[in-house]
Design a protein around this ligand. Structure first.
Ligand code: 13P
Length: 251
């Protein structure tokens, strides 16, 4: 049974006091979220403060990590440092790939480092508008998975989650059709079959302009196990509605 999951990626929003207030609102609403794993990924700065008050009802994730354990890397936070304060870590987000020039090889190092330190990587993949227009989605998805999971052994790959986030859908209000989304999810599972011989299938989250009004459209798509939510996760009411709809849908 794959898990139902809703992940909030707060990106570069909320200072520490704001993060605490917003998190408390979600934690309060989370009383009856059973059956859905809810994960909040705040700024690194707020992780420890949230961890202290989380009591496990809402899980915590980091938005990124460095693959080296320690060293002269000004401004970076390693997977080793996140051990114990985060359960999940987002890796390979398209904003990291685009603005910080992260390659599949770097994403792979981050996946390996996070697994080594007991973190569960949420690996983001997705095609650009250009890839889509040139009908390269299949190829891009397969090669991003191949690259991210290079040398990741079957005994640890079970701790990974895949987030399909078409780059053109992020923050744009545009979303894939149900048919296109279902097709990509099938590609993801077929690539896992190819790489892991059918032994493991990950939970697949959809991300890209998900909100409280359109979430049903994606829930109706075969194979969607949950969501990675950006903008709408900054509003606790919207985020709560998304989680409740996932819970009610019995995905
Ligand atoms: P939006 O929900 O704002 O489109 O962002 C999606 C995203 O990038 C989550 O990681």
């Amino acid at each position: 049974m794959r898990k139902k999951m809703v992940v909030a990626n707060w990106k570069m929003n909320f200072n520490v006091p704001e993060s605490l207030v917003h998190f408390d609102k979600i934690a309060l609403l989370a009383e009856d979220y059973d059956g859905v794993d809810v994960v909040v990924c705040p700024t690194f700065l707020a992780l420890f403060g949230l961890w202290v008050r989380s009591k496990g009802r809402v899980k915590l994730g980091a938005q990124d990590c460095n693959s080296k354990d320690a060293g002269a890397l000004t401004g970076e936070v390693s997977a080793a440092m996140l051990e114990n304060v985060a359960e999940y870590v987002i890796v390979g987000h398209s904003e990291r790939r685009k603005f910080f020039h992260e390659t599949d090889a770097e994403v792979n190092r981050k996946v390996i480092a996070s697994l080594k330190h007991g973190l569960k990587p949420i690996i983001c993949i997705g095609e650009t508008l250009n890839d889509k227009q040139e009908q390269r989605t299949d190829q891009v998805i397969r090669s991003q998975l191949d690259g991210a999971l290079l040398a990741v052994q079957p005994d640890v790959v079970i701790n990974t989650t895949i987030a399909y986030e078409p780059v053109w859908a992020i923050g744009s209000g545009q979303t894939p059709t149900a048919t296109d989304l279902a097709k990509v999810i099938e590609i993801i599972h077929s690539q896992f079959d190819f790489m892991y011989g059918g032994d493991f299938q990950p939970s697949v989250l959809y991300g890209g302009s998900v909100d409280d009004n359109n979430v049903e459209n994606f829930l109706a798509v075969e194979g969607v196990d949950g969501f990675l939510v950006g903008g709408a996760s900054l509003n606790s009411k919207k985020f709560d509605t998304i989680i409740r709809k996932v819970k009610e849908s019995g995905v």
